[in-house]
Design a protein around this ligand. Structure first.
Ligand code: SF4
Length: 286
């Protein structure tokens, strides 16, 4: 068993993000979550891995910029400062322009040898503006809810397994029930995975707010189209989630040996993978 930095164990919890990386490519999971903390005979230099972790896929950045601006605007509302669509739009444009100038040291795809076409920035600008217009169009409905929390990390336990969640917006409705909202900036074909993410939020909220599942609703808001997709859960479904989380987390931690994390390469994933440079199984375009 490799010697791991104690920091690894302090922060080793199941999360929806880890679940996705684990199922996408176990080797990518190893590089992301274990390799930076290996203290004895590392397969890859942990310093190099930490440096590669600074890069982010252009697709993640696209969504993250919108999320950050929305969160700043919600924070302004919580502090009783005025929200401003104009300010949000101009901040967004400034950020897109700034990313253009640092793409080589920011985007994973650039680092992996792919040129970023102008059309990416044009689409990023147009999509981001649409998302912000939609958010501000919907906000009056959200402003009626008491904002309990937004974009804050929380942890809880499922048996012996630590779990981390981060809900975009938690509103308390006039009847005392909660509605947990996740803003989506991509296409509105989220598949089945979002149900898992929302169920994890409800598991946490049940405990944190001491409420039954039927008093906690969740919704995805697709900011590109304005479509809203609600998810409600029965306790039986939440039990199923717990029965998935515990063994999955055990599998993630059954070994910390590099060989036990097989590569699942695909051209699409490898091009956006931060660790392609140090992975001998990467699929390059062509
Ligand atoms: S480069 Fe491809 S195979 Fe290697 S870790 Fe990344 S996604 Fe997995």
């Amino acid at each position: 068993m490799p010697d791991l930095d104690p920091y690894f164990f302090q922060n080793n919890r199941w999360s929806f993000t880890r679940h996705r990386v684990w199922n996408r490519c176990p080797r990518q999971y190893y590089f992301e979550y274990i390799a930076p903390y290996v203290r004895s005979d590392p397969v890859v230099d942990p310093g190099k891995i930490r440096w590669l972790k600074n890069f982010t896929s252009k697709f993640v950045v696209q969504g993250q910029v919108v999320h950050d601006i929305i969160d700043q605007q919600i924070q302004a509302h919580c502090e009783e400062r005025p929200m401003s669509l104009d300010e949000a739009l101009s901040t967004f444009s400034r950020k897109v322009a700034a990313y253009r100038t640092v793409e080589g040291i920011t985007f994973t795809e650039c680092h992996n040898g792919q040129a970023i076409p102008d059309s990416f920035y044009t689409d990023m600008e147009a999509n981001g503006q649409t998302c912000l217009f939609t958010f501000f169009g919907k906000w009056p409905e959200y402003a009626k809810r008491q904002c309990l929390r937004h974009e804050k990390f929380d942890t809880f336990m499922v048996g012996d397994t630590g779990v981390t969640v981060k809900v975009d917006f938690i509103g308390k409705m006039p009847d005392g029930t909660l509605l947990l909202t996740d803003w989506k900036t991509g296409k509105d074909d989220d598949g089945n995975e979002s149900g898992l993410q929302m169920a994890a939020y409800v598991l946490w909220a049940k405990e944190y707010y001491n409420l039954p599942a039927d008093e906690i609703g969740t919704e995805l808001v697709f900011l590109k189209t304005g479509k809203t997709k609600p998810y409600n859960f029965f306790d039986e479904q939440l039990v199923e989630l717990k029965e998935m989380i515990v063994p999955e987390f055990a599998a993630m931690n059954a070994s910390y040996e590099f060989e036990d994390f097989p590569a699942k390469s695909s051209q699409r994933e490898c091009l956006s993978c931060k660790f392609a440079e140090v992975c001998d199984r990467t699929e390059s375009p062509g």
